[in-house]
Design a binder for this molecule. Sequence first.
Ligand code: GTP
Ligand code: MG
Length: 337
Amino acid sequence: MIDAAKRGANAPAIPKDDTMDSPVQRRKRMSVQELPGVGAATAEKLEEAGFSDVMAIAVASPGELVEAAGVTESAARKMINAARNNLDMGFESGEAVLERRKTVRKLHSGSKALDNLLGGGFESGAITEVFGEFGSGKTQIAHVLAVSCQKDNPSACAIYIDTENTFRPERIQQIAKGAGLDPIKVLKNIKVARAYNSDHQMLLAEKVEDLIKVEDLNVRVVIVDSLTAHFRAEFIGRGTLAERQQKLNKHMHILLKLADIHNVTVLVTNQVMAKPDIFFGDPTQAIGGHVVAHASTFRIYLRKGKKGSRVAKLIDSPNLAEGECGFFIVEEGIKDL
Ligand code: GTP
Ligand code: MG
């Protein structure tokens, strides 16, 4: 599901929400229940399996829907076709894509080198994954973005889903002062939630939609720090891997949708584990495997460098060259070497 949905703002025909000022006028979005062959019970089963809107159905395979809702394959195909027709998911011109790319915002990190590595900053409409060992600076980058998204816009908000209890308002205050912003105002515009387990974490990600739609918050960045810690701790042993990956996939899909539909920057942090079978090159790899890797549009590998610096390496990006840069973590946030 994620593979088909892996987009970023480069991608074809992203159906925008009715509330978005989309360059292309789009027809009214159907609800899942309005699709052919979907009654209340089927809609509920679909919802439970993560197919909670027409977009999710449109990018699903018939087999996934058969499994999720117990419908026949031909019914599944009809649903998918109706969803695709409703979303106008055909081809569009490259020019239209370019036009839409103009709505992409880029959040700055305080380090020009790091921003340049990402083509100018942390893009909206995409998920950026920062992974690396403990102390490599993942949480620091998360704090910096929660502040920097507010720099050019006093109503801008950051959402911070904190799974490891490492969000520090004091740190936000330091970074805000460094950016010349009022620390208390900045803190007011950061909505923090502590996630106690993976289910809670997933629920919090789903709630972000309400903050945007119901509470009308001008959300510019959604941070999940750490994306994988709970999943890693709760699903131990080989037998649980499939279930873990399925849940992570659903979680990533929700985040991807937030990025896409509301044009927000999504930042997720991820740990690394040792690869026991590697003798050459870097013996570490990110947790979460292909599910996380494929859903992330940009992936940055962080490691400790010389003299207390940090090194960021861009691993995977649709339109940028792989590269590396260094930066320092300082009281004001992060800065160039
Ligand atoms: P885990 O969550 O444990 O996996 O690590 P992480 O990658 O999130 O590390 P984090 O971002 O918390 O980085 C911690 C490091 O940031 C510390 O080791 C410090 O070196 C540095 N750091 C944090 N606050 C400050 C500060 O105010 N000034 C300076 N100079 N460095 C800081
Ligand atoms: Mg951390």
